[in-house]
Ligand binder design. Structure first.
Ligand SMILES: NC(=O)c1ccc[n+]([C@@H]2O[C@H](COP(=O)([O-])OP(=O)(O)OC[C@H]3O[C@@H](n4cnc5c(N)ncnc54)[C@H](O)[C@@H]3O)[C@@H](O)[C@H]2O)c1
Length: 485
C-alpha cells in the first residue's frame, strides 16, 4: 500500500494554458499547487537539447512528487512521451490528462491510479474541476432507512463539511484534540472544544465536560456536533452528541486511518470505565462521515501502522486484492464492507461480530500489556490485530475450516502491509488464554473466536483452550527462531 496520500498530476495543464484549472482544483482540494513549466526546446540541430530539457522536466516532477504534503501538480504533456516520464507520472500519484485522452498504446502499467482523461474543450474551468474532484472521490451510502447517511472518501473531502451539516444548524461544536489538523470550515458559528488524547480521554468526565461546553456554546436540538479526529474523538464526541439534549446531529470528520475505515462508521459511540473499555455508550449514527485522505499525511508512523491492521482485516471480509489498490480505493472498499455489515446488523446482534476478526487475540495482547498506546507499548493495536488475524487463520486451518493456501494468503496480505504475523517470543500463552476466556463474546464451554471458513468469517464457539495454547506457543517459538537468539 502506498503509505501516504497521493498527489494529483494534471498532464497538459501547463502546456495547454490550463493552469487555471490546476489552481482551481488545488483550491477545491485545499492543496498547494505546483507548476512544472515545459522547458524551452532548443532549435533543431543543436545536439541533444530535447533530452536535456526533458530531463529537467522529469527532475522537476520527481522533486515535486517527493514532497510529503499532497499537492496538485501541473505537468507538461511532453512527460508522457518517454517511458521514464510515464513511470515518474504513475509514481507521483493520480494522473489526470487534460484535453484529448492519451494514446492507448502510450499508457504503461504504473503503480498508481489508472489515468483519467478529462475533456477541457470550451467548458468553464469550474465544470472541469467538478468532474475531476468527483472522479477522485468515492461516495458510499450506509443504508439505514431514516438513519442512513453518506460517507465521502477522498482528497479534500473535508471541504464538504458546510454542506453535509444539517441545513437548520446555526451553531456547531467542533470536538478535536491537540495535534489534529484543524484546517476545516463549518460555515456556522463554531465553538472548538479540545479533549485530551489517548484512552484516558475516553471517560465520563470528558462527556460531562463536552456537554457543559455544548451548553455554554448555546447548542440547540437543531444544531450539530462535529468530531474532528481519530477513534477517540469520534467515540467520545459521538457519545456526547447522543446524550446532549437527548441527541443532536453528529458529523464525523475522520483523521486517522483507523477512524476512516472503522471507528467513524457504524454509530458505535462510547467511553471507558476503570472496570473496562467501552463499557458505557450508545448507538448514535452520524448524519454524514467525511474521510479526507489528505488529512492522513500528518499521521505519525505508529498511528498509520495501527490503522493498517484494521485495513488488512477487511481483505478477509470480502475485499480480495485490497492491498493492490490506491489509498482512496482501499479506504473506500473498507468503508463499503463496514457499511454492508452495519446495515445487516446495526446493533451487533450477530453478523457485525465479523468485524472483530483478529480481535480476540488482539484484546488479550492488550490486556496482557503487550500491545496498546503510548510510546513504550511493544505493539500498536493494529499490529495486535494483524497477529490476531494470522493466528485466527492458523486456528481455522487446524479446525479444518480453511485449506493451507488460505493461511498463506493471510500471511501474504499481512506481509504486503509490513505487519507482523508471528507472536513475540517468551509470551505467556496460558495468561493470554485466561484473558480470552473473559472476552465479551465468550459463550459456554471453550473459547470464542471469529474465524474464516467455507461461509466466510463468522463467530465460532467452543474452541478448546488447549489447542489455542499449543498454537500460541508454536507461533511464539517460530517468532523467536526468526528473530534469533
Ligand atoms: N466506534 C467504533 O466502532 C470503533 C471501532 C474501532 C476503534 N474504536 C476506538 O478508536 C480508538 C482508537 O482510534 P485511533 O486509532 O484513531 O486513535 P486516536 O483517536 O487515539 O488517534 C491517535 C493519535 O493520532 C492523533 N491524530 C489524529 N489524527 C491525526 C492526524 N491527521 N495527524 C496527526 N495526528 C493525528 C490523535 O490526536 C492521537 O494522538 C479506540 O479508543 C477504539 O476503542 C472505535
Amino acid at each position: 500500500m502506498r503509505s501516504r496520500p497521493e498527489h494529483v498530476v494534471l498532464v497538459g495543464a501547463a502546456a495547454s494554458g490550463e493552469a487555471g484549472v490546476g489552481r482551481l482544483l488545488a483550491t477545491a482540494l485545499r492543496r498547494p499547487f505546483l507548476e512544472i513549466g515545459a522547458a524551452p526546446r532548443l532549435p533543431a540541430g543543436s545536439g541533444d537539447g530535447r533530452e536535456a530539457s526533458g530531463a529537467a522536466e522529469l527532475a522537476a516532477l520527481r522533486a515535486a512528487a517527493a514532497r510529503a504534503e499532497p499537492a496538485v501538480i501541473a505537468a507538461p504533456r511532453s512527460l508522457v512521451e518517454g517511458a521514464a516520464g510515464q513511470d515518474a507520472l504513475a509514481e507521483a500519484g493520480a494522473v489526470v490528462h487534460l484535453g484529448s485522452p492519451p494514446e492507448p498504446s502510450g499508457g504503461r502499467e504504473g503503480a498508481g491510479t489508472p489515468a483519467l482523461a478529462v475533456d477541457v474543450g470550451r467548458r468553464p474551468p469550474s465544470e472541469v474541476v467538478a468532474e475531476i474532484v468527483s472522479a477522485l472521490r468515492r461516495r458510499i451510502v450506509l443504508p439505514l432507512r431514516e438513519r442512513g447517511y453518506e460517507v465521502v472518501v477522498g482528497p479534500g473531502a473535508r471541504a464538504l463539511l458546510p454542506e453535509v451539516l444539517p441545513a437548520g444548524a446555526r451553531h456547531v461544536a467542533l470536538v478535536t484534540q491537540a495535534g489534529v489538523p484543524r484546517d476545516v470550515e463549518t460555515g456556522r458559528q463554531t465553538a472548538v472544544v479540545e479533549i485530551g488524547t489517548g484512552e484516558r480521554a475516553k471517560s465520563l468526565r470528558t462527556i460531562e465536560e463536552l456537554c457543559r461546553a455544548f451548553a455554554r456554546a448555546g447548542l440547540r436540538r437543531s444544531d450539530a456536533v462535529v468530531a474532528l479526529g481519530g477513534g477517540v474523538v469520534c467515540d467520545t464526541a459521538g457519545f456526547a452528541a447522543a446524550c446532549y439534549l437527548r441527541g443532536v446531529a453528529l458529523v464525523n470528520v475522520a483523521t486517522t486511518l483507523l477512524a476512516q475505515v472503522d471507528a467513524a462508521i457504524g454509530g458505535k459511540t462510547g467511553v471507558n470505565l476503570p472496570e473496562g473499555k467501552n463499557l458505557v455508550g450508545a448507538f448514535w449514527q452520524p448524519s454524514a462521515v467525511l474521510c479526507d485522505t489528505d488529512l492522513l499525511a500528518s499521521l505519525p508512523e505508529r498511528e498509520w501502522r495501527s490503522g493498517l491492521g484494521e485495513v488488512a482485516k477487511y481483505a478477509f471480509l470480502g475485499a480480495e486484492g485490497l492491498e493492490r489498490l490506491p489509498l482512496v480505493d482501499q479506504v473506500a472498499r473498507c468503508v463499503e464492507l463496514k457499511a454492508s455489515v452495519v446495515a445487516a446488523d446495526e446493533r451487533e446482534a450477530g453478523p457485525r461480530m465479523a468485524l472483530n476478526y483478529g480481535h480476540t487475540l488482539a484484546h488479550a495482547l492488550e490486556a496482557a500489556g503487550l500491545a496498546g498506546e503510548g510510546p513504550d507499548a511493544p505493539l500498536r493495536h493494529g499490529e495486535a490485530v494483524a497477529l490476531g488475524v494470522a493466528f485466527a487463520a492458523r486456528l481455522a486451518e487446524r479446525l479444518g475450516r480453511i485449506p493451507p493456501e488460505r493461511v498463506a494468503r493471510h500471511l501474504e496480505v499481512l506481509a504486503a502491509y509490513g505487519l507482523p504475523s508471528e507472536l513475540p517470543a517468551g509470551l505467556d500463552a496460558g495468561a493470554l488464554v485466561e484473558f480470552m476466556a473473559r472476552d465479551k463474546k465468550a459463550r459456554g464451554e471453550g473459547l470464542t473466536f471469529v474465524l474464516d471458513g467455507p461461509d466466510g468469517v463468522e463467530p465460532v464457539h467452543g474452541v478448546p483452550a488447549e489447542l489455542v495454547v499449543e498454537l500460541l506457543e508454536r507461533s511464539a517459538a517460530s517468532g523467536a527462531r526468526r528473530t534469533g537468539p
